[in-house]
Write a new protein. Structure first.
Length: 305
């Protein structure tokens, strides 16, 4: 009988928008990675921590992979492949409703270089597939002329179908190891980071087109003046052009108000306390192309890779 405590790292990788963050959130049961229907939502490697009496699994959620375009994209790509080197297992997630494409092949080629680590194929969004044959075709497009997957799981990160079996399976394959984090901890990122991500999530959800990729959110301060006081959070929303600033502020400040209201609700749920949220919108021309600006805005390669 094997009573030893097990632990390990599982990297979740895949093209943008395939449902990696949704899967992580389903498993952890709390909002640790932000979700939106716009691609490239996840920028930093986020560890979700799943702890049971028998095992602890640290999940590394990686930014979606695509061809590097600017400094920020390069940073995102490095973060994704960096996570693979720390992993005891890799979950490659694909979208059952999308055809296998160049982006998938690019990742598959990189995955081929990994030795001695179980690599799973997760065919996600099966709740959207109506015909059995369509699912069969989706799966076989990733199994033929591809990697020799350790396991193949058709799943739905949204409804949770097959997700528990998948988690049990990966735990089964982990080696004995220590419990790295306390059982209450669900992520290793500081609260500030999660708070900033929740604000960014609301902007992504409420604005359209060019604005989303040109924003960063920085938490300037988080403090409490007294025991019974609300937690006072000051946040800056950084954009690249003044036209974007106008969009985020909205007519008579309506947009920024709405962003603040929705973000505050989620932040209060996350932290379990009342929050007073103050936001400013700042213009920083071309911040995505300047490594210095990326560092200042918290995309610190030394710290995060
Ligand atoms: N129907 C359905 N939708 C899903 C499922 N999983 C994810 N989605 C949706 O797909 C979209 C993208 O999900 P995310 O979890 O943000 O995808 P991601 O892979 O983390 O995206 P990036 O952060 O851009 O890399 C969201 O609108 C999700 O609600 C699923 O199993 N079924």
């Amino acid at each position: 009988m094997d009573n030893e405590y097990k632990s390990g790292f599982v990297a979740i990788i895949g093209r943008p928008n395939v449902g990696k963050s949704t899967l992580l959130n389903y498993i952890i049961g709390q909002k640790v990675a932000i979700i939106s229907s716009k691609a490239q939502t996840t920028r930093n490697k986020i560890a979700g921590i799943y702890t049971t009496e028998e095992a602890q699994v640290v999940f590394l959620d990686t930014p979606g992979i695509h061809k590097p375009y600017n400094s920020l994209d390069e940073y995102m790509e490095k973060a994704s492949f960096g996570a693979l080197n720390e992993a005891d297992a890799v979950w490659f997630v694909v979208d059952a409703t999308e055809k296998r494409g160049g982006g998938d092949n690019f990742i598959i080629e990189r995955l081929k270089k990994i030795k001695n680590t179980p690599i799973y194929l997760l065919v996600n969004k099966i709740d959207l597939i109506k015909k059995k044959n369509d699912l069969f075709q989706a799966i076989s497009s990733y199994t033929v002329d591809s990697l020799d997957w350790s396991e193949v799981y058709p799943i739905s990160a949204k409804s949770g179908e097959q997700v528990n079996a998948l988690v049990d399976d990966v735990i089964e394959k982990l080696h004995p190891g220590p419990q790295y984090f306390s059982k209450e901890q669900i992520t290793d990122h500081p609260e500030r980071f999660l708070v900033a991500e929740l604000i960014r999530e609301k902007i992504l959800q409420l604005t359209e087109q060019e604005v989303p990729h040109s924003i960063a959110v920085v938490i300037d301060s988080m403090k409490k003046d007294g025991v019974n006081e609300k937690l006072h959070i000051q946040a800056s929303i950084v954009v690249e052009r003044s036209s974007q600033k106008n969009i985020i502020i909205g007519k008579q400040g309506n947009m920024i108000k709405r962003i603040g209201q929705l973000a505050r609700k989620d932040i209060e749920n996350l932290l379990g306390e009342r929050v007073y949220l103050e936001t400013w919108v700042k213009v920083e021309a071309r911040w995505r192309e300047r490594p210095q600006a990326l560092q200042e805005l918290g995309y610190n390669s030394k710290q995060d890779l």
